[in-house]
Design a binder for this molecule. Structure first.
Ligand code: UPG
Ligand code: F6P
Length: 966
């Protein structure tokens, strides 16, 4: 035994006592290295397990070096030091685990109780119709479909479909996959989906909206506003085509103009994207309408967000246009968070800093609130991943669905419909020059070999050996280092095969994104450490079009494909490998389990277990019959992953959605709307000030506009949580006429009124307020109405202030300030209210889709529809009355109602009025679990702060914003 010292053993015992479950779990199987040497040291084994369990490459190297020390004394000192470090790690990990277990328990209790309540509420006749409800349906669906199965869209309809994928560098040809951690499977998925959908009968146009990138060192193509995509070859129908038909990438500028932003940094700019996208969609809907629908706009059949960030964007657009939303997660934040916590290398805070994971999870919750359909790639994604979210639960979803089918009351509860439609592969360019056994059909002369082959072969001493191939973004989660360790430490495998690592493209590691550079550095270090020169290829460059050739090369050598991330949401590479007849070794965590059930073309392994990876690879490569069977199965079954099938299924799903379309112009009531002709709009949305100060601010803003000669050109909108009656009496009491305003966004954005005056002079005039019913039709989606009201009343009775044994209710229904789409509650004592984020969570757990917010200095709670808010109302006004958002100035205070932060983002300008007249924020307002910087880009040139609210202060603000006379 090394060192032969008791202290080592005692510390090792301490490690084990510290509950190092992971190390102990695999404890019955000594490592290959030790087995090879023929003697087994438990102490060393445990240390090694701890080290490898933590994936601490540095620690491991130190351990090796320490062992190599000649002097026993020096060796002991080093080993002692090491052991301390390990012990410390183990303790840290145990702390994380404990924290995590407590948190999970707390979460479980918070979520389960209301969930049990709601399930019980729904309990009568719940099981009827449940049994076998999905029988015969390969894409199992959970959740309700609002209109049963009646098809809304006939196959002759001409659909306009909008897909959104915000991050990554997206282009139609020669995609730069693997360039960084954002350019992966999703980029390929969305481009291929757009092409495939546009080739389907009935689909007229598909727009794939993404970010315009004009940064130096990036291809200029990413800055082109529009790129036409060439449709896939399975088109076998004739369809009348017009100028605007087909598939397009539409690039919308948002965020810093000359900078590429990683997906974690896009959050504060999403509202800006939404404003730009909205203008494109409205324009395009009208253009298509001119082309094929006698001038009637053809609105999108669905707006489909891909990944959390586009989930937010799609939710906002779907609300703004009142069209259905579809969502695909691609990789869900909760799962990622759980996995990262399990690995114990970062605290929750660190993970949040790096990945903005709480923002991402909230975006996914929002996507659940707003989506009608969620597309999952596998059953596991629904049952184990989506099921972790507040807004989705498999059993409740089934129950609600059964009730909807029977036409029973759901009491205002809604679940999106979850359907499994896996992605496909493009079979277009596939060349099989090998037979079923992988033997070459008349090999082509070497001169015709694809150039990428020699790029790879030049790394190998013996290029004829079977090639183990990995194709993955250089991203820590892809676990490439464990693969290299598995290969490097298994001598028989090294003797049998070569390893090819395709890890994106790079000019220099030093110029790569931190995370990618760290992966590359670790891989190269390991190659050096295990002396794998001549056995591993890691080419610097490859083109997207060369990837099929790389798979073919692996097949030619009778190799295998390997994909062992800690967790794989789907794994496009697995179906690519199968399509080329390459057997696979894949992670057993996530979708590969289901893919393998369908394809039956390889073996699954625990990605944390490098020995299992090495053993599986050795087995697959050395057992000829197994290899041939896997190859054959893959080729035989791959047709089950096809884009045409995906699209058929997709279109049939969206054809069952209930009709939803925008109502910007169809209002039968004639609203007199001076707002229509305005060039500028000033929106007064100052919340946390006294009534007197609010009046003062209103007067001063009007005064400024008057003296700047902008009156007539400029309209005023008051945006507030007050009811229209409260606004009216406020203005009258101040001697002002409501008609000074063009519109009132009231009840926190759930009602929109336009004032008008009958009579000739102000003195004899009578002011009336016209309600915008079109706006109501935009926000009524999934409004819980009476069911929601009853639930809230019951909830309010449980919110109490306790004094000894006495309990006093602190929140009461407030019918006077309620309206059709706003349920108001009066708060007697805000100190005893739950923070808003808890109330929001409760609503989601109950599958009540709504937007709760505190206002009036937290003395009122308003619960309004999910698509209602003051910023959404402003967006509606801009489309309905043709107002350019960059010409809108929103005045806000330093604090505000709970929807206050939302007022900042977008293309409009925001002026923050600072000063003592603002009342401080109340803690219960907070709805977010992440910092403000993840919501608002406070350094944006569209946002300015001024001290004071006098006319002069406001005048200077307008000047700063470049809004001056004429
Ligand atoms: O150097 C590289 C690395 C990758 N690729 C390609 O990029 C894609 C990678 O896709 P995938 O293996 O699915 O990984 P991710 O990039 O991680 O994609 C995410 O999104 C995919 C689509 O939803 C899901 O399949 C994944 O599980 C999820 O992690 C494949 O087409 C690869 O051929 C390259 O061309 N070159
Ligand atoms: O690695 P993350 O942060 O979980 O995000 C994964 C997402 O990013 C991408 O890798 C970029 O394309 C997608 O394939 C995937 O949806």
């Amino acid at each position: 035994m090394y060192g032969n010292d008791n202290w080592i053993n005692s510390y090792l015992d301490a490690i084990l006592d510290a509950g190092k479950g992971a190390a102990a779990a695999g404890g019955d199987r000594p490592s290959l290295l030790l087995r090879e040497r023929g003697h087994f040291s438990p102490a060393r084994y445990f240390v090694e397990e701890v080290i490898t369990g933590y994936d601490e490459t540095d620690l491991y190297k130190t351990w090796l070096r320490a062992n190599a020390m000649r002097s026993p004394q020096e060796r002991n000192t080093r080993l002692e030091n090491m052991t301390w470090r390990i012990w410390n790690l183990a303790r840290k990990k145990k702390e994380f685990e404990k924290e995590e277990a407590n948190r999970l328990l707390k979460r479980h209790l918070e979520t389960e109780k209301p969930r049990l309540d709601v399930t019980a509420d729904m309990s009568e006749d719940l099981f009827e119709g449940e049994k076998g409800e999905d029988a015969g349906d390969p894409s199992v669906a959970y959740g309700d479909s609002t209109t049963g199965n009646t098809s809304r869209i006939s196959s002759v309809d001409k659909l306009y479909i909008v897909l959104i994928s915000l991050h990554g560098l997206i282009r139609g040809e020669n995609m730069e996959l693997g360039r960084d951690s954002d350019t992966g499977g999703q980029v390929k998925y969305v481009v291929e989906l757009a092409k495939a959908l546009s080739s389907c009968p009935g689909v007229y146009r598909v727009d794939l909206l993404t970010r315009e990138i004009l940064a130096p060192n990036f291809d200029r193509g990413y800055g082109e506003p529009t790129e036409a995509l060439i449709s896939t070859s399975f088109k076998n129908f004739k369809q009348e085509r017009g100028e605007n038909s087909g598939a397009y990438i539409i690039r919308i500028p948002f965020g810093p103009k000359d900078k590429y932003l990683a997906k974690e940094h896009l959050w504060p700019f999403i509202q800006e994207f939404v404003d730009g996208a909205l203008s494109h969609i409205v324009h395009m809907s009208r253009a298509i309408g001119e082309e094929i629908s006698c001038g009637q706009p053809v609105w999108p059949a669905v707006i489909h967000g891909h990944y959390a960030s586009a989930g937010v964007a799609a939710a906002l657009l779907s609300g703004a246009l009142n069209v259905p939303m579809v969502f695909t997660g691609h990789f869900l934040g909760k799962d990622k968070l759980e996995e990262l916590l399990k690995r114990g290398r970062q605290t929750r805070e660190q993970i949040n800093m790096t990945y903005k994971i709480m923002r991402r999870i909230e975006a996914e919750e929002l996507a659940l609130d707003a989506s009608e359909i969620v597309i999952a790639s596998t059953r596991q994604e629904i049952e184990e991943q989506w099921n972790l979210y507040d807004g989705f639960e498999v059993i409740l979803a089934r129950k609600l669905r059964a009730r909807v089918k029977r036409g029973a009351n759901c009491y205002g509860r809604y679940m999106p419909r979850m359907v499994i439609i896996p992605p496909g592969v493009e079979f277009g360019h596939i060349i099989h020059d090998f037979d079923m056994d992988g033997e070459e059909d008349g090999p082509s002369p070497a001169s015709e070999d694809p150039p990428i082959w020699s790029e790879i072969m030049r790394f190998f001493t013996n290029p004829r050996k079977p090639m183990i191939l990995a194709v993955a973004r250089p991203y820590p989660e892809k676990n490439i280092t464990t693969l290299v360790k598995a290969f490097g430490e298994c001598r028989p495998l090294r003797e049998l095969a070569n390893l090819t690592l395709i890890m994106g493209n790079r000019e220099a590691i030093s110029k790569m994104h931190n995370m990618s550079a760290a992966v590359l550095t670790s891989v190269l270090t390991l190659i050096d450490e295990y002396d794998l020169y001549g056995q591993v290829a890691y080419p610097k460059h490859h083109k997207h079009s060369e990837v099929p050739d790389i798979y073919r090369l692996a097949v030619r050598t009778k190799g295998a494909f390997v994909n062992v991330p800690y967790f794989e949401q789907f794994g496009v590479t697995l179906i690519e490998a199968a399509m080329h007849g390459l057997p696979v070794i894949a992670t057993k965590n996530g979708a590969p389990v289901e893919i393998n059930q369908v394809l039956d073309n390889g073996l699954l392994v625990d990605p944390h277990d490098q020995h299992a990876i090495a053993d599986a690879l050795y087995k697959l490569l050395s057992e000829k019959q197994l290899w041939s069977r896997c190859r054959e199965n893959g080729l035989k079954n791959i047709h089950q992953f096809s884009w045409p099938e995906h699209c058929k299924n997709y279109l049939s799903r969206i054809s069952t959605l209930g009709p939803r379309y925008p109502a910007f112009t169809s209002n039968k009531e004639q609203i007199r709307a001076p707002i229509k002709g305005r060039k500028h709009i000033t929106v007064i949305a100052v919340d946390s000030v006294s009534k007197e100060d609010l009046i003062h601010i209103i007067r001063n803003s009007i005064e400024v506009i008057r003296t700047e000669n902008l009156l007539g050109l400029t309209g005023f909108v008051l945006s507030t949580s007050m009811t229209i009656a409260e606004i009216h009496s406020l203005l009258i009491s101040a001697g002002m006429l409501p008609t000074e305003f063009d519109a009132f966004i009231c009840n926190s954005g759930s009602d929109l009124y336009y004032p008008s005056r009958s009579g000739d002079t102000p003195s004899n005039s009578r002011v009336t307020f016209a309600l915008d019913r079109n706006y109501q039709s935009h926000i009524e989606y999934h409004w819980g109405g009476e069911g929601l009201r009853k639930y809230l009343v019951k909830w309010a009775s449980s919110v109490v202030e306790r004094r000894g044994r006495i309990e006093k209710q602190v929140i009461f229904e407030d019918s006077e300030h309620s309206s059709t789409y706003c349920l108001s509650f009066k708060v007697v004592n805000p100190n005893h209210l739950p923070p808003l984020k808890e109330l929001q969570k409760l609503m989601r757990v109950q599958s009540l889709r709504c937007h709760p917010l505190y206002n009036h200095g937290a003395t009122r709670l308003s619960v309004i529809p999910i698509h209602a808010s003051r910023s959404k109302a402003l967006r509606y006004l801009s489309v309905r009355w043709g107002i350019e958002l960059p010409n809108v100035v929103v005045l806000v205070g330093e604090t505000g109602d709970s929807d206050y932060e939302e007022l900042f983002g977008g293309l409009h300008k925001t002026v923050i009025l600072k000063g003592e007249f603002n009342t401080p924020a109340n803690r219960i307002h907070t709805v977010r679990r992440y910092p403000l910087q993840d919501v608002v880009a406070l350094d944006s040139s569209n946002i300015i702060g001024i001290d004071g609210c006098s006319a002069d202060d406001m005048r200077s603000a307008l000047k700063q914003l470049g809004i001056t006379t004429q």
